[in-house]
Design a protein around this ligand. Structure first.
Ligand code: SAM
Length: 633
């Protein structure tokens, strides 16, 4: 099963001999609220919920921590930096983060990392130490170290700021020699110069992308050249109202909610930021979420982190996909704070009672579909009635567990609202599961290889407008631009004639998987039978795709010679070394794919090759960005 610890709740019920009835009873209940309350009663009755939020955290005696740190210091003096890091880490594992010893050990480890040449780790620890109880009269040392690490990483803008802060603190403390101050002042000047030089040599960033034809009147994140239409097999979908060309921008969407995909990822936890940053600072209370800076931290608190903070540890121990559970709680708290409990419950209750029109789902009363609107996100596909009963029960249990912890932490919720909030959490979990976790092909990503074949998802993000696109195993639109950006730009990668549907891929394309395995994936992950062209026509996979022109695949015999000579040119193009200038190549590739689109029957190998090159060229490598992004603008 693809959810972690899926049998967490069912196993315990099974041992109490009640599980068999549970699924039957649950499936008889028609309203989400009654299902939630049923599950809650069950878990309470079988004492499966936490009694208290007190964590029995045993710290070492302060003497033990100090001793470990001293041992680390000895290794450090002897220039045995690896051993020093090991000792400081041991000290940190047993120390109370509220003590000076903890802050000193983090700071010392930062120094050891620096000497090992592990500048990113050194920087991270220096920033962490600043957030804890590091003696303020010594704080200039941390800023100097941060500056040194940033300088070594080529982050001259950040280094200038750190050295300047160091100098300021040296003067305030009045303890450093003039010689030391002069050295730091020199570092400030040098980094400033390097930063100016670096800025000048940086390539001009790509121009801001614009939606082709401007914004859509009713769906502002989509192009004016598309509209929503219903189809029997796919429900709602996005269709072209004019011919759309490869390279045209068809959607620019912002996430409704988002968070790092794992706590090991260097991504800011604040939903409105989600930037990569090698020197994130932790929330000083829970230490479990990290931010770029105080500004992001404050904004996240305004959106509800202060309410989830006391239960962060417990959410992290819930089964399922912890990061998704976290995101669900974050989503609820954000909207609870925006609307207040009464209004929130009224809205979610009305939603669950009303008959949903599949065509206008997610549009507001003024006829707008906006990605920043609660009901737009809340009404995204949740495959009503298709989610298996065991999965539905599992999500209900998680929602019960999380809400129970929230209440234990002091969150006030009148009894009459428990069912509404709980049921809304279940819906949020399912919407997130289907539209952001499994559909993470659109999520912010970094490349692990220069050619971007392998990427790593760094954040879970819910894009309400992009979620309107149906899936095709032969997508004609794809994400483009910087892959790590939280703002997602979708571009056409093939010609899309007026009246055709715009489809992205949910992660599978026909070239790599047989029809059976594609259908299997769509069914298992998204609960639908795929009705895209390659599935209906059973297109062959990769090595069976025709790679020669013949009377069988030339659609227009008058064009045969031109197509044939252009194909020869394209083969030469593929073999030739490429310059860095993508734009120059893209114009050529767009014209070639358009020629094949109208004249050759698909699938055809050169068409598929051209398509792949276009998709790759539309995205910007972020391997450099992983470092560069944290420098100042
Ligand atoms: C993210 S939503 C896409 C928008 C959705 N059609 C709507 O009405 O809002 C995903 C759902 O669309 C439908 N869908 C998407 N691609 C499909 C395909 N290739 N074949 C059949 N149904 C599809 C399935 O019902 C799936 O659960």
């Amino acid at each position: 099963m693809e959810y972690d610890n899926f049998s967490h709740y069912s196993k315990r019920l099974l041992s109490a001999n009640v599980l068999g009835d549970v699924y039957v009873d649950l499936s008889k209940l028609k309203s989400p609220k009654s299902r939630f309350m049923f599950t809650r009663d069950l878990l309470l009755r079988h004492k499966m919920l936490a009694q208290t939020l007190d964590i029995e955290r045993q710290y070492d005696h302060p003497n033990v921590s100090t001793n470990l740190r001293d041992q680390g210091n000895e290794f450090f003096k002897g220039e045995k930096f690896k051993k020093a890091v090991h000792m400081y880490t041991k000290c940190l594992e047993g120390s109370d983060p509220n003590t000076e010893c903890y802050a000193l050990a983090v700071a010392n480890r930062s120094a050891a990392y620096f000497y090992l040449g592990l500048y990113q780790l050194s920087l991270k620890d220096a920033r962490w130490a600043m957030e804890f109880n590091y003696p303020s009269n010594l704080s200039h040392k941390l800023y100097e170290r941060a500056g040194n690490a940033e300088r070594a990483l080529g982050l001259y803008g950040r280094a200038t700021q750190s050295y300047t802060e160091c100098l300021k603190r040296m003067y305030e403390g009045g303890i450093c020699s003039d010689k030391r101050k002069a050295a730091i002042a020199k570092a400030v000047t040098e980094c400033k110069e390097l930063f100016t030089k670096q800025k000048k040599s940086k390539k001009v960033p790509p121009a801001d992308e614009q939606l082709v034809g401007g914004r859509n009147e009713n769906i502002p994140a989509l192009s004016a050249f598309v509209e929503l239409r219903m189809s029997k097999n796919m429900g709602r979908g996005v269709y072209a109202t004019r011919d759309i060309n490869p390279g045209d921008v068809v959607a620019i969407d912002e996430p409704y909610i988002g968070g790092p995909v794992s706590h090991h990822t260097d991504v800011c936890h604040y939903s409105g930021c989600l930037k990569l940053n090698l020197a994130l600072i932790p929330c000083p209370k829970c230490l479990l979420v990290c931010y770029c800076n105080k500004d992001c931290m404050n904004k996240a608190n305004e959106e509800g982190h202060y309410l989830e903070c006391p239960i962060m540890y417990f959410i992290r121990s819930t089964p399922g996909i912890t990061k998704m559970n976290e995101l669900a709680m974050k989503w609820f708290l954000k909207d609870y704070l925006k609307m207040g409990l009464k209004k929130y419950c009224l809205i979610v209750d009305n939603f669950s009672k009303s008959k949903i029109d599949p065509q206008t789902r997610g549009f507001d009363e003024t006829g707008q579909y906006k990605s920043d609107n609660f009901l737009t996100a809340y009404s995204l596909d949740s495959s009503e009635n298709k989610v298996p009963i065991d999965v539905l029960f599992f999500f209900n249990c998680i929602a019960v567990d999380m809400l129970h912890c929230l209440i234990l932490s002091g969150f006030k919720i009148p009894k009459c609202y428990i069912g509404s909030v709980g049921a809304s959490l279940v819906r949020i979990l399912i919407v997130l599961d289907l539209n952001c976790r499994k559909l993470n092909v659109n999520a912010p990503t970094i490349s692990l290889q220069r050619r971007r074949q392998t990427t790593l998802t760094i954040a879970l993000t819910l894009y309400p407008t992009i979620s309107l696109f149906n899936h095709s195993c032969d997508p004609n639109i794809k994400r483009s631009g910087e892959l790590s950006d939280r703002i997602r730009v979708m571009k056409a990668i093939q010609p899309i004639p007026k009246g055709s549907q715009l489809c992205s891929t949910y992660g599978i394309i026909f070239r790599g998987h047989t029809k059976e395995s594609r259908q299997d994936i769509c069914n298992k992950l998204f609960y639908f039978k795929c009705y895209c062209q390659p599935c209906i026509e059973n297109w062959p996979i990769c090595h069976y795709i025709p790679n020669r022109l013949s009377t069988l695949n030339i659609l227009n015999s008058n064009m045969a010679d031109i197509v044939s000579s252009e194909c020869e040119k394209f083969v030469k193009f593929m073999k030739s070394p490429k310059s860095e200038d993508n734009c120059e190549h893209l114009d050529y590739l767009y014209s070639f794919i358009k020629l094949l689109f109208t004249n050759v029957k698909r699938p055809f190998q050169l068409y598929e090759d051209c398509l792949e090159i276009i998709s790759t060229m539309h995205t910007i490598s972020s391997s450099q960005l992983y470092i560069g992004v944290i420098d100042i603008d």
